[in-house]
Ligand binder design. Structure first.
Ligand code: HEM
Ligand code: HEM
Length: 163
């Protein structure tokens, strides 16, 4: 199967919806952290819509990530631009795989902590939140490097669907 010339409209929409959901997971994390610490102290946890939104938002990230992977396998992704040095192509692929992995492991560890009371999963969730943040920073730096140094069209192809 030949590689497509760009991403589909669905792939692009999912990329940016998941981006917004993940930003909200970070911005609105405090109530669920407080609720978790209260649970650890054996206290009663009252219903809080922001906590519920962390759970629902995280589960949506998981479902959308699985959908994206299915699309990726079925449709493929555009080849890396010619002018990108091989070492950067490799770094980009590894970063993308790690981002997909964390879009799955973050929600799974959160669910194991929240629904199963697994403390080790909560610790994993805390460690992975730092790794995810670092990978997103690297990913954004990569996109900016493409835009301003290599002068490729990668930012455009995450905005405009391939015909
Ligand atoms: C991609 C999805 C997710 C992201 C990016 C995310 C992000 C975060 C962040 C940044 C924190 C704060 C950690 C801290 O204060 O040190 C947190 C805490 C927490 N999250 Fe999530 N979360 C996600 C999905 C979920 C899901 C689906 C659940 C549960 C069903 C969940 C349950 C929790 C719990 C119980 C805590 C408090 C325990 C802890 O601090 O580790 N998360 N999350
Ligand atoms: C939570 C934040 C983000 C996550 C988890 C994420 C994840 C991903 C993943 C997994 C891919 C690979 C798609 C594939 O080939 O299947 C991708 C591609 C891409 N992302 Fe992100 N992304 C995030 C934020 C951003 C931001 C803020 C930007 C812009 C500065 C951006 C720009 C791009 C671009 C341009 C591509 C296409 C790369 C290419 O054409 O090969 N992403 N993103």
């Amino acid at each position: 199967m030949a590689a497509p010339t760009g991403f589909s409209a669905t792939q692009i929409r999912l990329h940016w919806i998941v981006f917004i959901l993940i930003v909200l997971q970070y911005v609105l994390h405090e109530p669920i952290s407080d609720a978790w610490h209260a649970y650890e102290r054996g206290e009663e946890i009252a219903f809080n819509p922001v906590v519920a939104s962390h759970v629902a938002g995280g589960i949506l990230v998981l479902l959308f990530a699985l959908w994206r992977i299915a699309l990726r396998v079925k449709r493929g992704a555009p080849a890396a631009p010619e002018q990108e040095p091989p070492i950067l192509k490799l770094a980009a692929s590894v970063t993308h795989i790690a981002l997909y992995a964390l879009m799955i492991l973050m929600p799974l560890s959160g669910m194991a902590a929240w629904f199963g009371g697994v403390e080790a999963a909560a610790e994993g969730h805390e460690v992975m939140r730092v790794i995810l943040l670092a990978l997103v920073a690297l990913h954004v730096l990569g996109a900016l490097y493409h835009q301003f140094i290599l002068k490729t069209d990668v930012l455009i192809r995450m905005r405009k669907p391939a015909a």
